[in-house]
Design a protein around this ligand. Sequence first.
Ligand code: FAD
Ligand code: NAP
Length: 337
Amino acid sequence: MQLVENASLKPYNTFGIEAKAKQLGTLKSVEDAIACLSLINNANQFLILGSGSNLLFTKNFDGLVLVNQITGNEILSENDSDIFLKVYGGENWSELVDFTVENGWGGLENLSLIPGTVGAAPVQNIGAYGVELKETLVSLEAIDLGTGEVIRLTNKDCEFSYRSSIFKTSAKGRFLILSVLFRLSKNPTPNLTYGPLKAAFKDISENSVSVKNVSEAVKAIRRSKLPDPEELGNAGSFFKNPVVSFAKVEELIVQFPEMPFYKVDEEKFKLAAGWLIEKSGWKGKRIGDAGVHEKQALVLVNYGKATGMEIFNLSKQIQLSVKKQFGIDLENEVTIF
Ligand code: FAD
Ligand code: NAP
């Protein structure tokens, strides 16, 4: 594997931020990954990078960046109801979903058009339209970067939760995810719980809705309201949706009766961060080239020449406004470097 010194990270992050990595290498095989363990251990700091669609560089990265491009997939087994598909981490997520949809296998269709790699998907347990990765992930293989061992982690080992897993918490930076094993259904039932999907199929019986129908509907909805990073730099939702107590919902609903909220469990409720930001007056606002998307206030955008620091400063101002108006702390979903 060749290392590039002082490499530009602009092609490697969907915000399109100009930052430099001290060293950058591309992993094409598991052997590449194992061979660079000593480089990782000797590096000042290191970063395993997929497509850079969930991070923000606010400064140069003074260390080693390894871009995961280990690709391939294989069906490990199947029975009357399920397919067990192993997919390497450098595969493109959206292309994987298209492949499963073309085959009529169910499970990933609500996660259509999410940018990024398969190897990064478990990190934040990607989710959309009422479906999360954890529902189809059986296990994954990863290199323990401390010991060099290739190990298997079960779904339970990954401790998946809302937009999180051990890879964001207790095991942050410890593993390089090599591959993911999915269990996909040959007899899928559609999940149309989210309003826009329900509306798209309101005149059709659920039994006649195919995974392809769902995937196409999700793509159409996403294209209508989310900026394409190829055209406008962004990293999707900048903040997580806050989860609060019912007492907090009761307090807010008096002042904002139209506020959307969703039950998480008996005690907790999820609020829509985009709604809170919009209500705080930020939707469509722009400071220099850093902005808040005009159709979805949860998405911060780079109109061209914004620096990572400018986007970060904008995010801080938004957090302050939301705290002041609603008494709620917005937590970053995007990882800041
Ligand atoms: P990167 O940004 O490269 O990395 C993210 C993190 O994962 C980093 O900490 C990195 O070190 C780590 N990582 C990456 N690969 C590996 C690996 N192989 N092993 C170990 N660690 C690794 N997310 C959702 O959940 N739902 C959505 O609907 C959604 N929509 C989006 C829409 C847009 C327009 C954009 C730009 C982003 C969206 N996202 C969404 C966020 C993003 O697509 C996902 O988080 C995606 O999984 C990130 O993949 P990546 O390869 O770009 O990861
Ligand atoms: P939306 O449909 O405008 O809904 C706003 C928020 O309300 C969403 O964040 C969603 O939470 C929540 N919500 C809506 N209906 C719900 C229901 N029936 N049950 C529970 N929660 C509900 O959202 P959007 O911005 O267009 O995004 C659509 C989907 O794509 C969402 O699932 C969102 O998470 C996902 N998405 C994620 C990213 C990212 O970067 N993470 C970027 C774009 C889109 P959840 O977010 O918890 O689903």
